[in-house]
Design a protein around this ligand. Structure first.
Ligand code: ZN
Length: 374
């Protein structure tokens, strides 16, 4: 088994400035200079753990090339691509689109390399060079819609790679499973009326973007039913997420029968994340990864590619990320010193409110679930 791995040091040079979390520093408003939530630490430290733990020796390094303008324009409007390129040339940098997503000079080139990293990961799997792959890329992508970036995302890496796979690699049907704690609104928007791409988002109910990701959002036209949303209540843990997998994600994948599965892999549903209120541990990420691999094995020759999205705990993201990659590469071999603490948090079991949301999402999409069969 070979697992491909993409990382480039320049991803850590994507400069989100010296604001405090979300806001540019502003003494009059009491906002002191500090760090953006989406700073380099989580991803850089995850890469370092992958190297120091020896996990890197079990992976096949893939070299990212920048996505071309043609690649970007399969998903984004010419106006968005041109604006990012223009602001990126300005020594003061720019913003992806919502005022909360700053980037420094050269941000265009780094974002294009992130998208290109995901393209290469997908291409390596489709070519058969590797069995599966993980793209540890930055900036993230799943909030970017065709006309603008937002939510720290400049270009929609996973959508760009999916379109590349369809246009250049002969892949027809693609399923995207998004377990970032925030709604995968951008990816959903890119394929809203497209029946060839299934998007499934498990996210915290109404976190970000505001009023996005309700169960009733399901695509339209030819794409009706190919957007699936499971807005889990805050406090959801191991039991709730795995229940959503068993009752919605797995049957939906089975029914859709994709040629390729992509995972929008955020770690901000972890128990130690400052931007989410869920309580997942590395064990949950490991088990969700196993389920996706099992589905890929059954449906599409094991072809699954992970695209790194959010995750804002510099202490914990590395262990959750290593658990996913370790699983892809046939582990468990890499440990998690936080696991005894986090997995013992109250609320890890399936709760009634979570069961109700999952049942409603399954009902909305006519999925035959174990619950219905009983
Ligand atoms: Zn997120």
């Amino acid at each position: 088994m070979a697992t491909g791995y993409v990382y480039h040091e320049v991803f850590a040079w994507h400069d989100t400035g010296t604001g405090a979390g979300l806001f540019a520093s502003d003494p009059a408003a009491g906002v002191q200079p500090f760090m953006h939530f989406e700073n380099a630490d989580t991803k850089r430290r995850m890469h370092e753990l992958i190297v120091v733990s020896g996990l890197i020796d079990r992976l096949t390094r893939l070299r990212p090339e920048p996505a071309t303008e043609e690649d970007l324009l399969r998903v984004h409007t010419p106006g968005h691509v041109a604006r990012i390129r223009e602001e990126s040339a300005d020594p003061r940098g720019g913003d992806a689109g919502d005022g909360f997503s700053p980037f420094g000079r050269g941000g265009y080139e780094i974002a294009a390399l992130a998208a290109g990293g995901m393209i290469e990961a997908v291409a390596a799997v489709v070519r058969g060079d590797v069995d599966n792959a993980y793209a540890l890329i930055r900036p993230p992508g799943h909030h970017a819609i065709p006309s603008t970036g937002m939510g720290f995302c400049v270009f929609n890496n996973i959508a760009i790679a999916a379109r590349h796979a369809q246009a250049r690699l002969g892949v027809k049907r693609i399923a995207v499973v998004d377990w970032d704690v925030h709604h995968g609104n951008g990816t959903q928007a890119c394929f809203w009326d497209d029946p060839s791409v299934l998007t499934i988002s498990l996210h915290q109910d109404n976190n970000f973007p505001p009023n996005s990701g309700a169960i009733e959002e399901r695509g339209e036209g030819a794409g009706d039913g190919t957007a699936i949303n499971v807005p889990l209540p805050p406090g959801s843990g191991h039991g709730g997420y795995l229940h959503a997998f068993d009752e919605v994600v797995m049957p939906a994948l089975e029914r859709f029968a994709p040629d390729l599965i992509l995972v929008a892999c955020g770690f901000d549903a972890s128990a130690l994340d400052p931007l989410g209120a869920q309580i997942l541990s590395s064990a949950t990420y490991r088990e969700m990864t196993q389920r996706v691999m099992r589905a890929a094995e059954r449906l599409c020759g094991g072809r699954v590619v992970f695209s790194h999205e959010g995750g804002y705990s510099p202490q914990y993201v590395p262990f959750c990320g290593a658990a996913v990659i370790d699983t892809l590469a046939g582990g468990p071999e890499v440990g998690d010193p936080f696991l005894p603490i986090v997995s013992g948090f109250g609320g890890q079991g399936l709760k009634e409110q979570e069961r109700a949301v999952v049942a409603e999402a399954a009902r909305q999409h006519g999925l035959i679930t174990e619950g219905a069969a009983r």
